[in-house]
Design a protein around this ligand. Structure first.
Ligand code: MN
Length: 211
């Protein structure tokens, strides 16, 4: 059975297009990286997630519900369900003409929690540099309603019940080498600095306003 026929059996989960053209983040994130990252890496997580849940009760659950009970699920569901969700979220954290400064109530809360937007950026960058191996950096709204920076290994995320910290994701940065290696090789710091040229805070603002 090919991927297309497998995918078509599921109406609940769909593989998203990039919300912008693959070359639109250049020169900060190059077209080839975006094409491979979305078309190969993200697609493989999606396909393998569908295989992992096929014929199980998880087929009828939302990703949020699966993550809330992730310790009961097989590793393939964690890794591929996480990879599917995390990239869906990450693409919407980027846009060449996006909201470059977190405005409104979120902006105020960032200033109150971190001192300034620049301080939050440094916190996110430091967290990305400190993440050994592969993972994601997150700004979350934690269960007590506070903003917090955290990182997760592999394709884990802050919605997974057994993470060290949990909460609602507002912003994500993919720090897997596949996110930057073609353009930046081992220079993760340069990639993290470049990220803020193409960041889009509009998704974060929208989630924060509704929370
Ligand atoms: Mn990735």
């Amino acid at each position: 059975m090919g991927f297309d026929s497998l995918s078509s059996a599921y109406t609940m989960f769909t593989f998203p297009d990039l919300p912008y053209s693959s070359n639109s983040l250049e020169p900060y994130i190059d077209q080839k990286t975006m094409e491979i990252h979305h078309g190969k890496h993200h697609k493989a997580y999606f396909d393998n997630f569908l295989k992992a849940i096929q014929g199980t009760p998880l087929e009828k659950e939302s990703l949020e519900s699966i993550f809330a009970n992730i310790s009961k699920a097989p590793a393939a569901v964690r890794n591929n369900g996480g990879g599917f969700y995390n990239h869906n979220f990450f693409w919407n954290c980027l846009h060449a003409q996006g909201q470059k400064i977190p405005a409104g109530r979120l902006g105020q809360e960032i200033n109150a929690s971190f001192g300034s937007y620049e301080a939050l950026q440094k916190n996110l960058i430091d967290s990305g540099l400190a993440r050994f191996g592969s993972g994601f950096v997150w700004l979350i709204l934690n269960s007590t309603g506070k903003l917090e920076v955290m990182s997760t290994p592999n394709q884990n995320n802050p919605l997974m019940q057994d993470e060290s910290k949990t909460g609602k994701p507002l912003m994500a940065i993919d720090v897997w080498e596949h996110a930057y290696y073609l353009n930046y090789q081992n220079r993760r710091a340069d990639y993290l600095a470049a990220f803020f040229n193409v960041v889009d805070w509009s998704q974060a603002i929208s989630i924060f306003e509704k929370a």
